[in-house]
Design a protein around this ligand. Structure first.
Ligand SMILES: Cc1cc2nc3c(=O)[nH]c(=O)nc-3n(C[C@H](O)[C@H](O)[C@H](O)COP(=O)(O)O)c2cc1C
Length: 142
C-alpha cells in the first residue's frame, strides 16, 4: 500500500460547494479503487492524502493532476505504508474556513499563514502533523 500527499492551488475561490462537488466525483472511483484519504481546503488551496494500492493511487493521482479546477499541483510525498491513517473508504473533506475561528487561529500559529489564511506545508512531516491535528479537531467538533 502507498500514501500520496499533494498540495494544489484552486482556479477559483474554494467554497464548501466546490469541496462537495469534488468529493462527489471521487466517491464512486475511490471506493472501487479502495482509495481512502482526506481532502483539506482553505479558500485558495487543497491538500489531499490518498491511501490505497500502488496502482490505483497512482491512477487516481494522474486523473486529479489533469483536473482543470486546480493548478500548481505539488507532490509532497509518495511512500510505501503498512497501515492507513484513513481506514474507511472515501474522502473525508474538511474546509478550514468551516472550522471555528479559534481552531483556525491555533493552526495558523503552529503551521504558518499566507494571504491571511492557513498555509499548507510542503514538508511531509509538517503536512502529516497538520493532518493529524485537523483530524482530531474535526472529531471533537462533531
Ligand atoms: C482537489 C481535487 C481532488 C480530487 N480528488 C479526487 C479523488 O480522490 N478521487 C477521484 O476519483 N477524483 C478526484 N478528483 C476529481 C478528478 O480530478 C476527476 O474529475 C474525476 O475523477 C473524474 O471522474 P469522472 O471521469 O467519473 O467524471 C479530484 C479533483 C480535485 C480538483
Amino acid at each position: 500500500m502507498v500514501r500520496l500527499i499533494y498540495r494544489s492551488r484552486s482556479k477559483t475561490k474554494i467554497t464548501w460547494d466546490l469541496v462537495q462537488q469534488v468529493m462527489h466525483s471521487s466517491e464512486v472511483h475511490n471506493e472501487k479503487a479502495q482509495v481512502s484519504g482526506m481532502l483539506l481546503a482553505t479558500n485558495s488551496h487543497f491538500l489531499q492524502v490518498l491511501e490505497g494500492p500502488y496502482e490505483t493511487v497512482n491512477e487516481t493521482f494522474m486523473r486529479i493532476v489533469c483536473d482543470a479546477r486546480h493548478r500548481e499541483v505539488k507532490l509532497i510525498s509518495f511512500n510505501i505504508i503498512d497501515t492507513r491513517i484513513f481506514q474507511v473508504w472515501g474522502m473525508l473533506g474538511i474546509g478550514i474556513f468551516d472550522l471555528n475561528q479559534r481552531l483556525e487561529t491555533q493552526l495558523i500559529d503552529k503551521y504558518g499563514e499566507q494571504d491571511e489564511e492557513l498555509q499548507f506545508p510542503l514538508e511531509e512531516w509538517k503536512a502529516l502533523a497538520m493532518i493529524h491535528d485537523i483530524r482530531f479537531m474535526s472529531d471533537i467538533s462533531e
